[in-house]
Design a binder for this molecule. Structure first.
Ligand code: PLP
Length: 416
């Protein structure tokens, strides 16, 4: 079982990001953890080995990454998986047929798909609630509830769940609180510190930060929970490969630097968008007008670079998506480069249209993952992409809005 080095926990975040979990390699003293490309380990005699037998169970590169992320989340044990979804699938193997799970109604589309299209047919039951209101979580709990899953901030509507309040509810019911911390990253939010039992990530996103691998990781504090997860990790085998673990480990070394810049760019771009389309159409947790701004400031130490924007119609969304040059139209988020996407047709296509409508995820919604480029270039790109956007509802071209003179568009509101 991969456990943090306790001495790593005395350092501040940036020092942990660079050093935690890593020690000079014993053969030559290489400062960077090597990529241990091996499937097995030579044993000196029957029952005699160096603690490594077969690489599904343990790999030194993977262990370094697991210790690193566990230290960043202020946890005790880390588990690296082949993808965020592989990670969640393995977490769910902690439970069994007949168990009931309360899940946030706005989560990544793939999370809903795993629950609705696979686990439901294996005897799990799910209740989806608006976890912004902890009372709704409390009301959904039944004697069979074993887990509560929240994604905060949520993808793509930037809804925030009070982790401490929900953890009190789960504790009262003897259930496990699972938090998807992908959007915030441990730099801005550490759910284990406020009562979560399991925190997990798509490491594909901010933790790796360079859009060059797919991975997931789970972090826990409790030793018993860790040994159950360790068993599943090895037995079900959705483990991270050594090269992906190494890439992600290189990524986390700059997590603190990148997150500061994502945050700075996110704030600037959100400000521009508010001027352009009105604050009621901009979903950004760093806006004082965000309905949960007070909770955001209490629970997180920054806002990050994720912004969603309601443009009113699919046609208007397509206009912007088709014209960007610095932003790239692509799925995913959290890389150094800026991405833009259409959740209804992309990340949340597996959520049925009526469900999307019920939670306010419209065809006019676009999502921006603000990267760490120079913000002036990002703003200029958006400026030219918004130019000539058809007016809401009628397909007319908007008046005004030339460079340097943002004009506020007329957009259908009330999607929140
Ligand atoms: C919030 C969130 N959680 C989990 C996942 C799944 O991760 P992966 O794509 O690495 O399987 C994603 C993917 O977009 C995500 O955005």
């Amino acid at each position: 079982m991969t456990r943090v080095f306790d001495e790593d926990l005395t350092a501040e975040f940036g020092t942990r990001a660079i050093h935690a979990g890593q020690r000079p390699e014993p053969l030559a003293g290489a400062i960077m953890t090597p990529v241990y490309l091996t499937s097995t380990y030579v044993q000196e005699g029957l029952g005699q080995n160096k603690g490594y037998e077969y690489a599904r169970g343990k790999n030194p590169t993977r262990e370094a990454f697991e210790r690193n992320v566990a230290a960043l989340e202020n946890g005790r044990h880390g588990f690296a998986f082949s993808s965020g979804m592989g990670c969640l699938d393995s977490i769910m193997k902690l439970f069994r047929a007949g168990d009931h799970v309360v899940c946030g109604e706005n989560v990544y589309g793939g999370t809903f798909r795993l629950f609705d299209k696979i686990l439901q047919h294996m005897g799990f039951t799910f209740t989806y609630v608006d976890t912004r209101d902890p009372q709704r979580v409390a009301d959904a709990m039944t004697p069979a509830t074993r887990a509560v899953l929240v994604e905060t901030p949520s993808n793509p509507l930037m809804r925030v769940t009070d982790i401490a309040a929900v953890s009190e509810i789960t504790r009262r019911h003897g259930a496990t609180l699972i938090v998807d911390n992908t959007f915030a990253s441990p730099y801005f939010q550490r759910p284990l510190e406020v009562g979560a039992d399991i925190v997990y990530h798509s490491t594909t996103k901010y933790l790796n930060g360079h859009s060059d691998m797919i991975g997931g990781c789970a972090i826990v504090r409790d030793d018993d929970l860790a040994s159950r997860l360790q068993f599943i990790h090895n037995a079900a085998g959705a483990v991270a490969g050594p090269f992906d673990a190494w890439l992600a480990l290189r990524g986390t070394k700059t997590l603190h630097l990148r997150m500061r810049q994502h945050d700075a760019n996110g704030r600037e771009i959100a400000k521009w968008l508010v001027e352009r389309v009105g604050q009621e159409n901009v979903y950004y947790i760093g806006l004082p007008t965000h309905p949960q701004y007070e909770l955001v400031c209490r629970q997180m130490s920054g806002f990050g670079g994720m912004i969603s924007v309601e443009l009113g119609t699919r046609e208007r969304a397509a206009h912007v998506l088709g014209r960007v040059r610095v932003f790239s139209l692509a799925e995913s988020l959290g890389g150094v480069e800026s991405l833009i996407s259409h959740p209804a047709a992309m990340t949340h296509a597996s959520v049925p249209p009526e469900r999307r409508a019920a939670i306010g995820l419209s065809d006019g919604l676009i999502r921006l993952s603000c990267g760490v480029e120079d913000v002036g270039d990002l703003l200029a790109d958006l400026e030219q992409a918004f130019e000539g956007m058809p007016s809401a509802g009628r397909g007319k071209r908007e008046a005004g809005g030339g460079k340097g003179q943002p004009a506020r568009d007329t957009i259908r509101t009330g999607a929140t």
